[in-house]
Design a protein around this ligand. Structure first.
Ligand code: ATP
Length: 287
């Protein structure tokens, strides 16, 4: 079954996003990296960045907690696999939350998978799958099957078909028979896995992941990473585990809401690692 062919009969925002949107506050310039015309081709022959995916920020401003965080951020993000690094509080989660409408820019323009993030805010979650840092911010339903089927129903599948698709997805990830399991009885890592599968189920154009694999064991982490590498979706992942994103196409390093460095992993990650080691020494000296 391909959901890509389904017309979304229910363009309203998914309930988990509705809930988050209800409480969401309203919403550095970096040298925007231009598309290099050398984007990877997906299994379907589509080039990411010009098809379902693609993220463009133009002079985006955002205050958080009364202080300016992003001050004229401009970026072109067409690559298939983009890693986001930065110290605590640098703005990674805020940037990811702009992408699915949980935050809106105070000023400037943001386009995500062809949608204007301000004008089409309520439609964003239909194109952007979001995996939260904290599973408790994501999981709504008592059972695994219901959690995964939910997004499919919102996209127009009837409940029976959605349940069957959820079971198929679980089986494809080595979790056959999980559909009836109580989410509360799962370990944190198992919950993370369910959240990732729930985000993937409606076949979004872009998968945005905020520290998504922190609780997974080595086998599940490797399996999920391999799966992520094969996904047709554009993936944007914030991670403090630099090994996870070392094979990505591009790394954005944010500090205090501005782009500190931006480029391939072998250029950005060693510099970021050195910066963090210096910080660790400084913090150690202070303690
Ligand atoms: N709900 C909120 N209300 C007000 N300010 C917030 C809120 N969430 C984050 N901030 C502020 O926005 C800034 C960026 O936070 P953000 O969560 O985007 O950082 P981050 O890079 O994801 O951090 P971490 O690595 O710790 O997850 C921080 O200064 C933070 O204090």
């Amino acid at each position: 079954m391909t959901l890509r062919t389904l017309q979304c009969q229910h363009p309203q925002v998914l309930a988990r996003h509705r809930r988050a949107l209800a409480g969401a506050p309203k919403g550095c310039h970096s040298a925007g990296t231009q598309q290099d015309g050398n984007m990877a081709e997906t299994a379907g022959g589509r080039k990411d960045g010009e098809g379902r995916g693609g993220i463009v920020l133009r002079d985006v401003w955002l205050d958080r907690g009364g202080s300016p965080l992003f001050r004229g951020l401009s970026l072109d993000l067409p690559e298939r696999r983009i890693g986001l690094v930065g110290s605590n509080g640098s703005g990674k989660s805020s940037l990811l939350r702009l992408l699915n409408g949980l935050l809106v820019p105070d000023r400037g323009r943001l386009t995500v998978a062809g949608l204007d993030a301000a004008r089409d805010r309520r439609d964003l979650p239909t194109r952007v799958g979001f995996v939260f840092q904290n599973v408790d911010h994501q999981i709504l339903f008592p059972t695994v099957g219901e959690e995964i089927a939910f997004g499919l129903v919102e996209h127009g599948l009837d409940r029976k078909a959605a349940r069957a698709e959820a079971e198929r997805l679980l089986a494809a990830h080595g979790c056959a028979g999980w559909a009836g399991r109580a989410v509360d009885a799962l370990s944190e890592g198992q919950k993370q896995l369910v959240c990732i599968l729930a985000a993937l189920a409606p076949d979004p154009a872009i998968l945005v992941m905020d520290e998504p694999l922190a609780s997974l064991d080595l086998a599940n982490r490797r399996a999920l990473l391999a799966r992520i590498e094969r996904l047709p979706q554009q993936v944007l992942m914030a991670s403090h585990d630099l090994d996870l994103i070392a094979g990505f196409d591009r790394i954005l390093w944010l500090e205090a809401g501005a782009v500190k460095a931006d480029g391939p992993p072998d250029a950005v990650l060693p510099a970021y690692r050195a910066h963090e080691e210096t910080r660790a020494r400084t913090l150690g000296d202070l303690s």
